[in-house]
Design a protein around this ligand. Structure first.
Ligand code: PLP
Length: 430
């Protein structure tokens, strides 16, 4: 897919909006010819994507989503805003499907990274408040204001452009000021505060709706001291704003780990992401929760499935797949499964001892994961045949493969595993 011209791609796919959103998140901006040609006839790529539909798919559990959001609500109680992060295509789960489910579960707002993601949510008919937590390009700010999105602000260029836009349009900008407390990502420093206070006071259309910060390592450790220091700094900076006459309605810093572990981080607004999807932020967060007797049960929402395309016998001593990196050590039965790295099934899983589930049993991956296919060993699994269902993430019979298992094999985190699942793969709510 990466080898096609992105404009051609946009013209040919059936779900233009999703495709544009996906390309946008890869930092591609379509040219106007692509937009004009968007209704052009079905192309080769579209056929490829349609084929993919029945070859690999994602199932999303409605019940587990509702459970997870209700669990978060149980932790923070009523009267606080839950702004669930659905950025990066709802952590790879599928924003079109997940946003309504998360709201049904009791979230109040949705948090996204970009204007494109916010527009994608609206385009899908969701009218809950949307908070854009990532960068908005200066030329996109006018749309963000006109659409009434809430968004984070933290730099002078954005303030200057918003002054011009809000004065010209006469409509408010719903801003949440990010305070730098130790992550050194987005955020205004202490030294910036006097000027920022002046900016807000001089422009009545610049609304300071919220004030926020983000923890650097709250899920990376069982030692909360750095996060506690960040929160102290957050409180101190809020009091500086207050002295300057600025009192935002919302204060927020709690991601999933903070929400699970530290009620003192809630204020009146929380921003959990990964917990909505039934995944733990880290082993450290799980361990801390146990040590602190915080009883929290999260239920994974996502299962990822594919099919067997072929089963065949390969004698001992033969190599399997590209690069001849794996050699059979016995007479083997192998199965070709219909998923590869173009789908987000990482090439890092090649010969890593990682398994998939077939017939309720674990089948190890043999050799390199290819672009569209992967080969697994089914010698010890009787009766495997073409079209049998294969589970890449999720449960089959008594066995289960978690996003964390995949992450461990890939040397990464569960967040990366799910966000890498190709957005073009069909999501089915079950
Ligand atoms: C600003 C901000 N808030 C909240 C979250 C949600 O974090 P988590 O998924 O760890 O709950 C993120 C995710 O990266 C974020 O960037």
């Amino acid at each position: 897919m990466l080898f096609v011209n992105p404009c051609d791609f946009l013209c040919k796919v059936n779900n233009f909006r999703r495709a544009r959103f996906w390309l946008h998140s890869c930092a591609f901006r379509p040219c106007s010819c692509a937009l004009r040609r968007r209704n052009a006839s079905i192309g080769r790529l579209y056929l490829f994507l349609s084929d993919m539909k029945n070859r690999t798919w994602v199932e999303l559990s409605r019940e587990n989503t509702l459970h997870n959001v209700q669990t978060l609500r149980g932790l923070v109680g009523d009267g606080r805003i839950i702004c669930s992060a659905v950025k990066a295509n709802a952590y790879g789960h599928g924003v079109k499907e997940m946003a309504p489910l998360i709201l049904e579960g009791g979230a109040d707002w949705l948090g996204v990274d970009s204007l494109a993601e916010a527009l994608e949510i609206r385009a899908n008919g969701v009218d809950a408040p949307v908070y854009i937590m990532g960068y908005i390009e200066l030329d996109e700010l006018e749309t963000a204001v006109k659409e009434g999105f809430h968004f984070v602000v933290y730099n002078r260029e954005t303030f200057d452009r918003l002054k011009e836009i809000t004065e010209r349009l006469g409509i408010p900008a719903l801003t949440h000021l990010k305070l730098e407390t130790g992550t050194n990502r987005q955020g205004v420093s202490d030294a910036d505060l006097p000027q920022i206070i002046r900016n807000y006071r001089e422009n009545v259309q610049m609304k300071l709706v919220g004030v926020s910060t983000h923890f650097a390592n709250i899920e990376d450790t069982t030692d909360p001291s750095y996060a506690a220091g960040q929160q102290e700094e957050f409180n101190r900076m809020i009091s500086v704003l207050k002295k300057g006459g600025l009192e935002p309605e919302y204060k927020h810093c709690a991601n999933s780990a903070a929400t699970i572990l530290f009620p003192q981080t809630y204020y009146n607004f929380i921003r959990p992401g990964i917990a909505n999807y039934g995944l733990w932020p880290s082993k450290e967060t799980l361990l801390s929760a146990r040590q602190m007797d915080r009883v929290v049960e999260l239920k994974p929402v996502l299962s990822w499935k594919t099919k067997v395309a072929e089963v065949k016998d390969v004698p001992s001593g033969r190599t399997i797949s590209y690069g001849c990196t794996y050699k059979t050590m016995r007479d083997s039965k192998i199965a070709l499964i219909l998923v590869g790295y173009c789908n987000g099934f990482s090439r890092e899983l090649s010969s890593r001892g990682h398994f998939v589930l077939i017939g309720g049993r674990r089948a190890p991956i043999l050799g390199r994961v290819m672009m569209n296919m992967t080969i697994v060993d089914v010698t010890d699994i009787p009766g495997v045949k073409p079209e049998d269902e294969v589970v890449l993430i999720g449960r089959q019979g008594d066995e289960r493969i978690s996003a964390e298992d995949v992450a461990t094999a890939q040397g990464t985190i569960n967040y990366e595993v799910t966000t890498q699942i190709n957005p073009m793969i069909e999501r089915r709510v079950v």
